[in-house]
Design a protein around this ligand. Structure first.
Ligand code: SF4
Length: 374
């Protein structure tokens, strides 16, 4: 089974922390989904049906008209079999949400929304140059929960000048809605973004790493108390509401990424990516020739990726899986490498599974990297 990811590369304005591929130009917006549809036809042999999920990300796919989304989904359906409970998610920004929009979206086939709230406070939203404000954030959730059972509130922690209390307030407001799913990502400074420039110019001071860690620890503690399962480092869901798209990504399942800059994985050892340029992407599709980069993962790369992705999940890394997939030398290597972290109680064995303890969760990526073969 596999998954389709659609990257819609347009936004109304640039958030200061964002390094995704997108354009704020008005031209080319309407034809993009049609071009993506044509890309799917060219790459149809890469789809391993039946499909488990379709995910519209970006960029800001909530600026696409629901009728175009419907046409796209119908076209995918004509070409490939869907599992009956297929998850079809759209990332949406709060300022795009209104009642009519949601009603039309529902009939288009979308059955899950991922709402880019990021913060409920205008000061944070302004600092990040988000296009919406607090009023729109609250209003959008109230509307969405009336029309969709399955939705996620997406938040950002570690925002400059926030205190632990500010962050707790953000979480409390989100939890008051009792959403089925919450994602929370740390604000990171990506090269060549406006935030990077502001930090270098000393116009913005970043939060101390220790405070970012405290915000993450509070996030895990509060959400687990409320019955959410931290099924992946940044993702929290009520039972039955884990994101299929996210989990399949972390389980290294195959997905086909469509649209400029999107990445694909064949589920075995090949990763590929589309050109990050809307104009050249369009020229390629029109000529029936795609600009795709590709890399083959070695056994060592796949082992390292397995450790990184599995330790981020609550399930952990399976020693049996390592043995079966990579051989006994890898098992011995892993057993040797984990010793220090077991001793420091950062990691523990739960039967066959190696897991991160709650106290060390914030350090997951670094701990996984210590176990890599370099
Ligand atoms: S809306 Fe999303 S993709 Fe667009 S600039 Fe902001 S964070 Fe980036």
């Amino acid at each position: 089974m596999s998954n389709i990811y659609v990257h819609y590369p347009f936004c109304k304005q640039a958030c200061h922390y964002c390094n995704f591929h997108f354009s704020t130009k008005k031209t080319g917006r309407d034809e993009m989904l049609d071009l993506i549809c044509r890309e799917l036809k060219i790459r149809a042999n890469e789809v391993k049906a039946p499909l488990e999920s379709i995910y519209f990300g970006g960029g800001t796919p909530s600026i696409i008209q629901p009728k175009s989304i419907k046409t796209f989904i119908n076209s995918v359906k004509e070409q490939f079999q869907f599992i009956p409970e297929i998850e079809i998610t759209l990332e949406a920004n709060p300022d795009d949400i209104n009642k009519d929009y949601l009603l039309n979206l529902k009939t288009s086939g979308i059955n899950r929304l991922s709402l880019g709230i990021q913060s409920f406070f205008n000061k944070d939203l302004k600092l990040m140059n988000r296009v919406h404000d607090q009023r729109q954030a609250l209003k959008s959730i109230n509307l969405v929960r009336n029309h969709f059972n399955n939705y996620s509130i997406d938040l950002i922690y570690g925002i400059p000048y926030t205190t632990l209390n500010n962050w707790k307030n953000n979480l409390d407001i989100a939890l008051d809605f009792n959403p089925p799913h919450i994602s929370a990502y740390a604000l990171t400074v990506e090269k060549k973004t406006a935030l990077d420039f502001q930090v270098k110019e000393k116009k913005i001071t970043l939060l101390d790493e220790e405070l970012v860690k405290q915000q993450y620890d509070v996030l895990v503690e509060k959400l687990e108390q409320k019955g959410y399962i931290n099924y992946e480092f940044s993702n929290f869901g009520k039972p039955d509401y884990f994101s299929v798209n996210n989990l399949n990504y972390w389980n290294n399942k195959p997905y086909l990424g469509l649209g400029p800059s999107s990445h694909s994985f064949d589920g075995v050892s090949t990763r590929s990516w589309n050109i990050s340029n809307n104009h050249q992407y369009k020229r390629g599709i029109e000529a029936g020739k795609l600009f795709i980069g590709q890399e083959k993962l070695s056994k060592k790369d796949r082992y390292n990726e397995y450790l990184m992705t599995s330790l981020r999940k609550n399930e952990g890394a399976s020693l049996t899986y390592v043995g079966k997939s990579f051989g006994n030398t890898y098992v011995t290597y892993l057993e040797e490498q984990v010793a220090r972290h077991l001793h420091e109680r950062n990691l523990f064995w739960d039967g066959d599974f190696l897991k991160i303890s709650n106290r060390a969760k914030f350090l997951t990526d670094g701990i996984a990297a210590d176990l890599f073969i370099v």
